[in-house]
Design a protein around this ligand. Structure first.
Ligand SMILES: C[S@@+](CC[C@H](N)C(=O)[O-])C[C@H]1O[C@@H](n2cnc3c(N)ncnc32)[C@H](O)[C@@H]1O
Length: 277
């Protein structure tokens, strides 16, 4: 078997990939995995990631900055007492996973990972082997079908919806088109959790240079989902009705930076954390 790159070259398929993994088109999880230096991706994904880097040379650094934001947000919430996480669009696991970060604060933190890419589920299950199944689950589901997540028996077995849950949508919603009404989707999740629960969002924002945006969008044009950048104000509006923690919805490097954050890196991703009243 072989796979075709976007340039039409054929290279041998990696033999570790199970048949349910679609290797014919780039997938957001695997493009991102290449951007953050992972090995769980195919030639089509690497070609798409390289197109993104050509349009936005800082794309790989931005992806790593996004992963770091996820860690800071989870740590912050854990220190505030949250010990249950619904991580939607969780991505291929790597160091600094939601569970790793949360369990440094709450050793028995509960985490449900959700992603629509079966490769994520394969990897997360392999890594979670031996872990307490009562504390972690991983489910293939689509954020655009909230019932399949909120009523999922495996998720309900791990997360107690009578207690606060942090819903994570980190670098996810830019794969949801305006027609799919992300505001309405988000409200279905925030309505399903009790007051004191939290929402974490990070989301791609446009470069001031529109030519770069056009080029960047091309990197995802053949992918399983396309990318929809939204303005900072639009990203902030996803938190309407929630109490947003300081410093608000800001470029990721400004969100509670730690010593590892490079303040000079321009990250075209905004993020924030809000609490349900
Ligand atoms: C850029 S990665 C972000 C991974 C992780 N949240 C992080 O920030 O490090 C986006 C993830 O969202 C997943 N994804 C995209 N659209 C999705 C959808 N409609 N439903 C569920 N997952 C989705 C992709 O498969 C991918 O793993």
């Amino acid at each position: 078997m072989s796979e075709e790159t976007l340039d039409g070259d054929f290279i041998p398929l990696p033999n570790w990939a199970p048949p349910e993994i679609d290797q014919s088109i780039p997938h957001p999880a695997r493009i991102y995995n290449h951007l953050i230096g992972g090995k769980d991706n195919f030639a089509v994904d690497r070609a798409a990631a390289e197109m993104a880097i050509k349009a936005i040379p800082e794309a790989a650094a931005m992806a790593r900055a996004n992963r770091a934001f996820l860690g800071r947000a989870v740590h912050h919430l854990a220190t505030l007492g949250i010990d249950q996480f619904l991580d939607i669009g969780a991505g291929i696991p790597g160091p600094g996973n939601t569970g790793d970060v949360a369990r440094r604060v709450h050793p028995r933190a509960r985490v449900a990972y959700v992603d629509y890419d079966p490769i994520v589920v394969t990897h997360t299950r392999a890594l979670a082997g031996g872990a307490d199944p009562g504390l972690t689950t991983v489910v293939i589901a689509d954020v655009r079908e909230p019932k399949t997540i909120l009523e999922n028996a495996d998720i309900r077995a791990v997360l107690d919806f009578e207690r606060p849950v942090a819903v994570l949508m980190v670098a996810l919603l830019h794969f949801v088109s305006p027609e799919e009404n992300p505001h309405h989707l988000i409200s279905q999740y925030t309505d399903a959790v009790v007051p004191g629960s939290a929402l974490v969002i990070s989301h791609g924002t446009p470069s001031p240079d529109e030519a770069r945006n056009v080029e960047a969008r091309k990197a995802w044009q053949h992918a399983k989902s396309q990318i929809h950048q939204r303005t900072a104000a639009e990203v902030a509006s996803f938190f309407d009705g929630l109490d947003v923690v300081a410093p608000g919805v800001v470029p990721l490097q400004l969100w509670r930076p730690d010593a590892d954050v490079d303040p000079d890196l321009e990250v075209l991703i905004h993020g924030g954390v809000g609490f349900r009243r």
